[in-house]
Write a protein of this length. Structure first.
Lengths: 414, 414
């Protein structure tokens, strides 16, 4: 890798994607699309450019006043009590009446996924995932060696009837859990309907199934009416994952798991061996940032920025993408999911796109069942409106050219 | 747990110990010794009280100037290039000519232990550990399900001849690695001699054995002549682990692994699923703290403080501990290791000590082979000289009383 790529914060997310992709050619391509001259819709980076320096300085001052020696010392594995209380306040905003004692602070919610996989999955166990699903969840689950059964999403999220059909036909040991991202799905952009959430909770009760409800984007709703998380039901069949990465900052690596005490306890024991504790300095930063009310101020800014960027992307897609393509219209979050005509292959098309200095993540990276070849994930949170317009224009051209080529070769007949 | 215990930074380290101890009575006891009125030699907390606020503020200012949006954003899984260069400088101080490209930044070196266990150990594999060994290493290795073969330490560290005897008699698949803490061992306080390091390197080459060299304390030498780490040989049989926890701050959770690229690459892939990346804010804090030279200034302070506290503990031990006890005389680091008369049991004695408001970690916690009943670990980095004198006096009384009891019952004849 050339030095400018190492410096680029995009790179991580591309290598994240690339480690899951089979073709080494694509993997190499992925490593170059972090370059500054490429308009990238590939990452999952929130917009951190709006954090007011004076707010940050104020929070830092407050942390130092609270206790500098403490901030730079080890903390409890479970997380700071003060922070857990603030996280319960945040969960309260989504309708969860959370007991701070049942919260485990993790090093980003990614760590919670990793720890959950390790306590719940023995090699060869079955788990149920959405298709498409979060890339990082695949990366967290895979080392534990599960068989992953995919239920394909539609515009209302996980079709619970499909899940029930799969469970009806189930033979062998029951699946260890079903993993869902109900709000503004990454990558699919869809939100699970209230009816389906209720039904999934019933199914979980009826069949003693554990739900992992991953909710990084729930508070980033910039349109429509919010839907309570399944964890707000108080069901003992839900482990809820939250994170400050998308509403405060990913650079402080603060996430959490909230759920039944026996699970939280086992996660805490494993976390002890995994990293002893999450950063005390960052935990104190987070608790002061939340306590002083800056998080709500920042959230308002983010929602405004993301709505405007989503709109810019939707209208650019409308203008530039060929007939036969369709995309989701997320009411929050960071991602739009595009489905192109069936004969196209977004993995093969990526080099052409990068040649035109625009990037995305090909759909196959988000599936464990090999589907998604004609799909792509577009991120709208990081590039500004002007870059979005230009990038989607470039991408539209690449797709049209590819379609023309297929036409001329007679390869567009599926 | 009562609220004041949750607030106490000691607690983590006690629960760390307790999770490895079998007796649930002891486990409960461990949870109460974080109380403020107990003089605790049980933790492994470095002294963070000497960090000058103006230095910290200066570093924070420098981080914000360098790039606030960057500090609060995701970073590369492998760690920031700038930080890796600074970590290479630190390794250089111990004689390692490190290529920053082969460094993986981890969330404390604890994470490196966890990731190493996961890539190297399949359930049932053999590994070789020292006896006693670092508690956190046991916690990191155990979930992977290894058979742990213990080589008991003497005053010059790992007796390599004993290791060779064990390897000569080995049957079955070769051990996956040997794990050593060569400098100011936690808990044993001993340092591995240069001759043994050289011989261990030869043995590793001859038998294709991997050495995990864990060196959290190497730069905390306050007496005697420093001994180069085995990693300074450039051997491909060494994975070296470093951390800023003991020389800068544990609260920022910055450690690292340095070693052969194929191992570092596999660790990085697994780290991606484990937490995506370590905190960018903390990494930038660390790189500025090191770059601006504050770390050397702080290291000088720490060495002065620890030397004085070690001396206070040694003279208090001399004055208060009964005949038949012996202890190590560490030339650096944080711990003294005490061996009491054989008939004593430090786990059984702990409740009596806590009654007298003094605490330690019983020896058995540091072994995988059930030995260590008459041993204890004493930390001298956290309590000041006055508290050390008072605490060791209390502890001496407890031990003498226990010996008297055994005498009177005729139980002191081994």
């Amino acid at each position: 890798m050339s030095p400018e790529i190492i410096f680029d914060p995009y790179t991580k997310l591309y290598s994240e994607a690339s480690s899951l992709m089979r073709s080494s050619a694509v993997r190499e391509l992925m490593s170059v699309i972090g370059r500054e001259d490429v308009i990238s819709f590939g990452g999952g980076l929130p917009f951190t450019g709006a954090l007011p320096p004076e707010d940050i300085n104020d929070v830092m001052r407050s942390v130092m006043e609270k206790g500098m020696a403490e901030a730079f010392q080890y903390g409890e594995t479970e997380g700071r009590d003060e922070l857990k209380r603030e996280l319960a306040v945040i969960m309260g905003q989504e309708g969860i009446d959370a007991d701070p004692e049942h919260v485990l602070v993790t090093t980003g919610s990614q760590q919670a996924l990793d720890l959950l996989a390790r306590i719940l999955i023995d090699s060869g166990d079955d788990i149920i995932i959405e298709g498409p699903t979060y890339l990082g969840a695949l990366a967290a689950f895979r080392p534990a060696g599960p068989h992953m059964r995919t239920i394909h999403l539609d515009t209302e999220g996980l079709p619970v009837a499909d899940l029930e059909r799969v469970l009806d036909e189930w033979s062998g040991p029951a699946p260890k859990f079903v993993y869902v991202v109900p709000n503004f799905h990454n990558p699919a952009g869809v939100t699970m309907s209230p009816e389906r959430r209720e039904r999934l909770l019933e199914v979980a009760e009826e069949r003693d199934l554990l739900i992992i409800e991953d909710n990084p984007y729930g508070l980033l709703r910039f349109e429509g009416k919010s839907v309570p998380p399944m964890a707000s039901s108080g069901s003992r069949h839900v482990v809820y994952l939250g994170t400050l990465s998308k509403i405060v900052s990913p650079g402080i690596r603060i996430g959490w798991a909230y759920g039944p005490p026996p699970i939280i306890d086992r996660l805490a024991t494993l976390k002890q061996g995994a990293d002893l504790c999450s950063s005390t300095l960052n935990q104190m930063f987070a608790e002061e940032y939340i306590r002083l009310g800056y998080w709500e101020k920042n959230l308002d800014v983010l929602k405004r920025v993301y709505l405007s960027r989503r709109n810019a992307m939707l209208s650019a897609l409308e203008k530039n993408f060929p007939e036969g393509s369709r995309w989701t219209r997320p009411e929050g979050g960071l991602f739009i999911w595009v489905t192109l005509p069936e004969f196209l292959d977004t993995e093969k098309m990526l080099p052409l796109a990068i040649n035109q200095k625009v990037a995305y993540v090909p759909g196959t990276a988000f599936y464990a069942d090999g589907t998604g070849a004609n799909q792509m994930r577009l991120n709208f949170s990081y590039a500004d409106e002007e870059l979005i317009a230009e990038g989607i224009k470039r991408l539209g051209k690449v797709i049209r050219k590819e379609i023309e080529l297929y036409h001329s070769l007679g390869l567009d007949k599926g």
